[in-house]
Write a protein that binds this ligand. Structure first.
Ligand SMILES: [Zn+2]
Length: 194
């Protein structure tokens, strides 16, 4: 597989910033081709774990976007979503279907984290996962598919954060009247009514 070299600006990647490795297990891989001084990303085991756990996964994208980091702190048990049109970007036929984005505790122990992720994922029913205080991973059948899922997750994170801001503003102005509808199944006490 190809993995990004450690310490590279993700917005300025060139061909020499990708390292070709052959993997055997989460913690067993060899570098086949790399430009001088380039080392595989520290998070290489996480990428390997996803490829090992599901053969349909052919591409993985990972970013440390502010929205994903913020959201990861709000939902300790992950996000269960329905009722948003954008979830159709995950290959679902209806906005009323359910999608789950798990959240894992961040760790510097990549092997332990990889094992946790592997035990959780047996299918591609989730578009990716969050690492708390760290960022978001998406995966797909190719780079384009993984990018669409990443973009859709970022869109959802932005909506949730905006709704929370408006909810706070609304609560300040009108008290605890709630009128937004947000299909967040993990937040039953905060499901809004008209
Ligand atoms: Zn990272």
């Amino acid at each position: 597989m190809y993995i990004t070299a450690s310490g590279k600006h993700k917005g300025k990647l060139t061909e020499k910033d990708f390292i070709l490795i052959r993997f055997f297990e989460v913690d067993k891989f060899e570098v086949l081709s790399a430009s001088d001084g380039a080392k595989p990303s520290y998070e290489t085991p996480l990428h390997i774990s996803m490829y090992l756990v599901n053969k349909n996964i052919k591409s993985i994208l990972h970013v440390h976007s502010p929205n994903s980091v913020a959201i990861s702190h709000f939902f300790p048990d992950g996000l269960s979503l329905s009722g948003l049109e954008i979830i159709k970007a995950f290959g679902l036929s209806s906005h009323e279907d359910n999608i789950h984005i798990p959240v894992f505790d961040n760790s510097q122990d990549m092997l332990e984290l990889s094992r946790q992720i592997m035990s959780h994922f047996v299918s591609m029913s989730s578009p990716g996962f969050l690492l708390r205080g760290h960022g978001v991973y998406s995966f797909g059948i190719d780079v384009n598919d993984a990018y669409i899922k990443l973009e859709a997750m970022e869109h959802i994170f932005e909506i949730i954060l905006r709704l929370r801001i408006f909810q706070d503003l609304q609560d300040k102005k009108f008290g605890k009247k709630k009128f937004f509808i947000l299909g967040l199944k993990d937040e039953k006490e905060e499901v809004y009514s008209r």
